[in-house]
Write a protein that binds this ligand. Structure first.
Ligand SMILES: Nc1ncnc2c1ncn2[C@@H]1O[C@H](COP(=O)(O)OP(=O)(O)OP(=O)(O)O)[C@@H](O)[C@H]1O
Length: 256
């Protein structure tokens, strides 16, 4: 039995008295790919924001990697190994691919600002270690040929891959992906799915992702959690969820 890496317990969240998430509990096992699905406004992004400490739930607990948190904080989530990509790509668009990926290594930097400014002490080894790690991720996601390109000049699908690279550069235990395949054609979606699976296999990374394309979700995920109006209406393997009448009623019949 694989222990959960992440467990949400009785999580509720409201915005100005309006409930966005109601009493949600589920567990994500170490090393699995878990998809959060549900209609627009179901609470999926809010839940990711709770996991990585951008939003604090009104009630409930977040258990992560053996520690329990009444509220997660964004900096704590990052130092504990939770990385995130966004629905609207959040890269430094005027910087190169390599420099963007290097920002994913910031938390691993050991030297202080003075050492870095003067390029002395730990700063010298630090820089080469961070650069090597960034280059490894760039190789892994096969974006080598664009490593010196300015991000804004790249097509959308590639920018999505660079954002994944930056998240992976932090060597996360848990990777949160908010619609990693949004706006992609089927070929690009298959490629991105392949990279997510490779990440799971190669590094054992646990993944929680939001995706609207049910075909992709069913192929890619080990576990699917279904939300509707802030409530959990399904939780199981892709096959279990596919057969769940509540899920069919809430989601699978709804066209996005
Ligand atoms: N910062 C906020 N302030 C006020 N209301 C918010 C905020 N963030 C989310 N909401 C509301 O909470 C509910 C859930 O939104 P959320 O973005 O989490 O849904 P979602 O399932 O991710 O939707 P989508 O698939 O469209 O991205 C919605 O009613 C939304 O309007």
């Amino acid at each position: 039995m694989v222990a959960p890496l992440l467990e949400l317990q009785d999580i509720s969240l409201s915005f100005k008295g309006v409930k966005a998430i109601s009493d949600i509990s589920f567990a994500v096992k170490q090393g699995e790919i878990c998809a959060l699905i549900g209609p627009n406004g179901a609470g999926k992004s809010s839940l990711l924001n709770i996991i990585n400490g951008v939003y604090q739930p009104d009630i409930g607990y977040i258990h992560f990697n053996g520690a329990s948190h009444r509220k997660m904080r964004a900096n704590l989530a990052a130092t504990q190994g939770i990385a995130r990509t966004f629905q609207n790509i959040a890269l430094f668009k005027s910087m190169t691919v390599l420099d963007n990926v290097l920002t994913g290594r910031n938390l691993q930097v050991k030297s202080g600002w003075l050492e870095q400014a003067l390029r002395i002490g730990r700063a010298i080894t630090d820089e080469s270690v961070q650069r090597r790690k960034a280059e490894e991720v760039i190789d892994f996601l096969r974006i080598n040929q664009w490593r010196n390109s300015i991000v804004s000049t790249l097509p959308y699908g590639l920018q999505k891959r660079v954002e994944l690279a930056r998240a992976l550069a932090s060597e996360p235990k848990l990777l949160l992906l908010d619609e990693p395949m949004a706006g992609m054609n089927s070929e690009e979606k298959a490629e991105m799915s392949g990279f997510i699976l490779d990440t799971q296999r190669e590094f054992g990374t646990t993944v929680v992702l939001i995706e609207h394309d049910i075909g992709v979700v069913m192929e890619l995920s080990d576990h699917v959690v279904v939300l509707d109006y802030g409530k959990k209406v399904g939780d199981g393997t892709p096959d279990e969820v596919r057969r769940n009448p509540d899920v069919i009623a809430a989601y699978l019949g709804v066209k996005h």
